[in-house]
Design a binder for this molecule. Structure first.
Ligand code: ADP
Length: 737
């Protein structure tokens, strides 16, 4: 059989097996298909040289094939690095452009004289070689760039495979095209090895640690070299002895003596050399037994999770050269589906604190851990199909932990926690020995973690009880105040009702006496009648206020809405208090009224609410004070804020909410006075609750702001009212007032 056919068959077998592997380990559809296309094209390209002798057909197929193959490799690189189909298609444009230039050059038969001095290739072939070099270099540089930025060791390992594959494919195609048949088959061999590497990088999940393999290989080579040096030394010494000591003694010493010395020293020497090379190539190792002892002693008595986490992670970190790790505590917390788990990360070493994560009991990660009890790496979590269901939010949470390997901590069948260890500082992945030690350490952690968790639960319970106690104390204080308010009510209301009643009774008695006497003093009668009317009005006012409060309480407070002008109401309230302001020599000014929109409201009630607040402002501001009413639009014009600020005695923050309770008064009871606008003259404590009831019935809010109570400094108080603007003025004729 022709030797050519043997080459062709070998190529077919090699690439056939790779194709079979690729089809079996189907990964992403597009990538696998692209890989198959690349392999098919490679085989055709190789056969074109193996089967046909020189000639135009072979030249055309070789140079054009070279560009097509490097385009395909570029696309594969993009799929590998970015997993982005759209960006991969751009390579077609680049490769296509090079092919087009080549076609044009070939059709025009262009040959550049100056160029041909350097190359025996035609101009189009030169373009092909340059294109191949460029495309392959870009493939490598793209991979290298991403490799540099990746810190996760297992990902870096995959990139190493890919970059090695690209280099081998590059050299393979280069050798194949440059060398003559049959030496070009050396290029085929390289290409095939490169192809295997690319296949592994693309389709295999777990790949042997490439840098580890290289280092192990290096160790063996160095070991062999050094031991041969020792043997060489032995042989030289033996020769020297033989030269100097003739006879039997010389022979014995040179052969047997040296052999015995070498035999005795060799194992020790080899072991020492091995250890030295290990330290040189793999760094300082650790003694698992020592770590285990240190670990169990270190964590056994810790009952505080916040102490346990840094201690446990710290010991492991120091032994394995890791500077980053978290202890994730797993607490059973039912979610809406009935079972779930809360993952609470406790700061270990070099980590940031993260909020807890609620996961469902069916979370693929938890199920996997429960089934296998084996550690899971972040790499597995990212790439294995069985974790594809993990929701995006959870993925982000795990990624933020910056973990390389998650080691579950189980006690019987309960998942208590997870040792989440970051990557090693050396950049090496965790070895199987590391993982075995981590599993043992995780088992050791279970008891300590269980104890610390119990103590933590107790602490939390304690904190909750303390908080409840504080709340209870606060509620009690409030109840005591309200209770006092209730008892005050009796004295206030009796006083409030008794004073005008006494007034009415007094005048009525005098009136009776006057009517029985003979004198007819017109003026005196009028005075008395006015006194009676004043008393009755005051009585009316108090009884009305009580009625309003009871309506508000019973939520039977009716609001008769109409389209109203707030500007008009505010001005009216200020006008109605002109006499009082004059008496107290105070000023009240309103600003910002011009641009106020109309709103749907009960004008009478709003008037009442604002009047109550303004009367208070007058009452609690000394003579000569100033009251400002300011309005402005809030929240993009959906609300109106009215601020009524006085320059009075102010209110202590602890009373800010309570003054809106009925019968509550921040001032002392003995300051109480029936004078409606007298300085500090407290009323029945109904004004603010009524105002609040009215504002809330309009869908608004009311509150007070004041830095405190001080009769000397006069910090003043500002009452804020916010009302919703719930209507657009369609027709000003409908405005109620
Ligand atoms: P009253 O009828 O006693 O004025 P309110 O409900 O109107 O009842 O007010 C309750 C208490 O709030 C008042 O007794 C007073 O202590 C305090 N208060 C109200 N407005 C002011 C203000 N502008 N400055 C200082 N204290 C005020």
């Amino acid at each position: 059989m022709d030797i050519k056919w043997i080459w062709v068959s070998l190529t077919a077998i090699g690439y056939g097996s790779l194709t079979w592997l690729a089809v079996r380990r189907r990964w992403q559809r597009f990538t696998t298909e692209l890989l198959l296309v690349y392999m098919a094209l490679s085989v055709l390209w190789i056969w074109s040289k193996q089967l046909f002798g020189g000639g135009v057909t072979q030249r055309v197929s070789l140079v054009y094939g070279l560009v097509v193959l490097s385009t395909c490799l570029g696309m594969l690189t993009f799929m590998f690095v970015h997993q982005d189909q759209k960006r991969a298609w751009f390579w077609i444009v680049d490769g296509g452009a090079i092919l087009l230039i080549m076609i044009v050059l070939d059709l025009t038969g262009a040959r550049w004289q100056a160029w041909s001095k350097f190359s025996t290739l035609g101009l189009s072939s030169s373009v092909a070689v340059i294109g191949w070099g460029l495309l392959s270099a870009v493939s490598f540089v793209v991979s290298w760039n991403v490799f540099r930025k990746t810190w996760r060791p297992l990902y870096r390992n995959r990139f190493r495979y890919w970059m090695l594959a690209v280099i081998l494919l590059l050299f393979g195609t280069g050798l194949f095209i440059l060398l003559d048949y049959p030496f070009c088959n050396l290029g085929v061999l390289l290409h095939m090895v490169g192809m295997t590497g690319a296949l592994a990088a693309l389709l295999a999940h777990r790949l042997p640690d490439l840098s580890g393999v290289v280092r192990k290989f290096l160790k063996q080579v160095l070991l062999a070299l050094l031991t041969s040096l020792v043997f060489l030394g032995g042989i030289l010494v033996a020769q020297q002895i033989k030269l100097r000591l003739a006879g039997l003694l010389g022979t014995l010493l040179s052969s047997v003596g040296v052999a015995v010395i070498l035999a005795l020293a060799f194992p020790v020497l080899r072991q020492r050399l091995g250890m030295m090379l290990d330290r040189l190539l793999f760094g300082e190792g650790y003694d698992p037994q020592r770590i285990l002892d240190e670990y169990s002693q270190g964590i056994s008595n810790i009952l505080d999770l916040e102490v346990l986490a840094p201690k446990a992670i710290g010991i492991i970190g120091e032994a394995m050269g890791v500077r980053h790790g978290t202890l994730v505590v797993c607490e059973e917390r039912a979610d809406h589906a009935g079972n779930g788990m809360r993952l609470r990360p406790i700061r270990g070493i070099g980590t940031m604190s993260l909020r807890p994560l609620q996961v469902s009991g069916h979370s693929s990660l938890l199920v996997f851990m429960a089934e296998t009890r084996t550690p899971v790496s972040q790499y597995d979590l990212d790439l294995l199909p069985r974790f594809r269901q993990v929701p995006e939010e959870q993925r982000r949470w795990f990624a933020n932990l910056g973990t390389e390997v998650y080691v579950p901590i189980y006690a019987q069948d309960r998942l208590l926690g997870i040792l989440a260890m970051g990557a090693k500082v050396s950049g090496d992945p965790y070895t199987s020995a590391d993982i075995a030690l981590l599993r043992t350490l995780a088992r050791q952690t279970a008891v300590a973690l269980e104890n610390a968790r119990l103590v933590d639960d107790l602490k939390q319970l304690n904190a909750e009880i303390t908080q409840l106690n504080q709340e209870l104390t606060r509620t009690n204080e409030r109840l005591a105040i309200l209770d006092k308010t209730k008892s005050d009510f009796i004295s206030i209301s009796s006083h409030e009702l008794k004073t005008p009643l006494t007034q009415v009774k007094g005048y009525a008695d005098i009136l009776l006496q006057v009517s029985q006497g003979e004198t007819n003093i017109q003026e005196a009668v009028q005075q008395m009648a006015e006194g009676i009317v004043r008393g009755v009005r005051r009585l009316h006012g108090v009884v009305d206020a009580m009625l309003d409060v009871s309506l508000i309480e019973a939520q039977a407070f009716a609001v008769h809405s109409g389209l109203v002008s707030l500007k008009y109401i505010i001005e009216q309230v200020i006008d109605s208090l002109a006499l009082a302001l004059q008496e107290r020599r105070q000023t009240a000014t309103a600003t910002g009224l011009e641009d106020l929109p109309h709103i749907m409201a009960d004008s009478t009630r709003l008037h009442q609410a604002l009047r109550n607040i303004l009367i208070n402002a007058i009452k609690f501001t000394p003579d000569g004070g100033d009251i400002q009413v300011q309005t402005r639009m809030l929240d993009g014009g959906t609300e109106i804020e009215i601020a009524i600020a006085d320059s009075g005695i102010g209110i202590d923050p602890e009373h800010h909410e309570l003054i809106f309770e009925k019968f509550y008064r921040a001032s002392e009871l003995n300051l109480h006075s029936t004078g409606q606008i007298k300085f500090k003259g407290a009323g029945p404590g109904l004004g603010l609750p009524i105002s609040k009831g009215i504002i809330e019935a309009h869908g608004g809010r009311i509150w007070v702001e004041s830095s405190g109570y001080d009769e000397d400094q006069l910090p003043g108080s500002t009452f804020y009212i916010v009302l919703p603007v719930n209507v657009e003025v369609a027709d000003p004729a409908h405005i109620a007032i």
